[in-house]
Design a protein around this ligand. Structure first.
Ligand code: A3P
Length: 299
């Protein structure tokens, strides 16, 4: 059995549909104390690859892209294995079931902030692709996700949800804390930063950057094929990636599909000018001491 170095009672509590573990909020439906212990004690290998995201930033997209790239464009994994087993979340219950004896190189996703990564990660050479997205679009995407996913709290009105989002009373805490935690110079030689917006604008270009970062060379045909397969409209039709395998009682796509719009700037259809000003002021204040520059900063 795996154990934490400090008693669990000191580091977690239950809050309705969530486990709050070391200050971070995880949905109970897919996370247990055991799965979090598994993540904490996980033995990271030097050739492991992580795609790390704050929720609603493009995780599912990376679960499609990475197996295709790493298998030279072979469609078999993305057509036969559900995304949550194909590229599992390190912190979720599936990880222990599917990662244990998986051969290297292993690919995982994670929503963990930097400081919650397993100790073995810090001493490893494992690589990370960190995907971030305009937090206003994340808030909109998350609002709809809370409406369709019964294992999450009812989001209330959009205005109420924005307040929760800004104060970090949502899955995995504050967006600003997550993004800042991963701007870590200790691992700058093994982390690649990309934005959802860059991927929407030029997926083919982003794939080229991923390939270079992974030290791989692909033919133009393979990159074109991966870019085509990973278009929003194609992924939406892939039952192994569109969450249609999840029973309606957990995820009700008639309320909002998981692969909802796949665009940038949808926040403009949802935010009032007052909400825009309030949201921008909080994000700007919390990011002011960082050197982070994002494509949406001057919008
Ligand atoms: P929207 O709700 O704005 O449509 P995550 O996988 O991290 O939960 O993020 C989900 C968001 O990524 C959703 O955003 C989803 O539609 C979007 N997404 C998933 N695959 C995509 C793709 N191939 N192209 C563009 N957006 C994609």
């Amino acid at each position: 059995p795996v154990t934490l170095s400090v008693p669990c009672s000191l580091v977690y509590s239950m809050d309705g549909k969530y486990i709050v573990f070391r200050g971070c909020r995880f949905p109970k439906a897919s996370h247990t104390l055991e799965s979090l212990r598994y993540a904490v004690n996980f033995q990271v290998r030097d050739d492991d690859l992580f795609a790390v995201t704050y929720p609603k930033s493009g995780t599912t997209w990376m679960q499609e892209i990475l197996p295709l790239l790493l298998n030279g464009g072979d469609l078999t994994p993305v057509q036969t294995i559900p995304n949550w087993d194909r590229v599992p979340w390190l912190e979720e219950t599936r990880a222990a079931l599917v990662l244990g004896d998986r051969a290297s190189p292993r690919t995982m996703v994670s929503h963990l902030p930097y400081h919650l990564m397993p100790p073995s990660f810090f001493s490893s050479k494992a690589k990370v692709i960190y995907v971030t997205r305009n937090p206003k679009d994340i808030a909109v995407s998350s609002f709809y996700f809370h409406q369709m996913a019964s294992f999450l709290d009812d989001p209330g009105t959009f205005d109420e949800f924005l307040d929760k989002f800004l104060s970090g009373e949502v899955l995995f805490g504050k967006w600003t804390e997550h993004v800042k935690s991963w701007r870590n110079l200790d691992i700058e030689d093994r982390i690649l930063y990309v934005t959802y917006e860059e991927m929407v604008q030029d997926l083919r270009g982003a794939l080229g950057r991923f390939a270079k970062f992974l030290g791989k060379e692909f033919s133009q045909e393979v990159l074109d094929m991966v870019a085509d397969h990973c278009q929003f409209k194609n992924m939406k039709n892939n039952t192994m990636s569109n969450y249609s395998l999840v029973p309606k009682e957990f995820m009700d796509s008639s309320k909002s599909p998981f692969l909802r719009k796949g665009v940038t700037g949808d926040w403009r259809n949802h935010f009032t000018p007052e909400q825009d000003a309030r949201f921008s002021a909080v994000i700007k204040e919390e990011m002011k001491d960082t050197s982070c520059k994002f494509p949406w900063d001057d919008e």
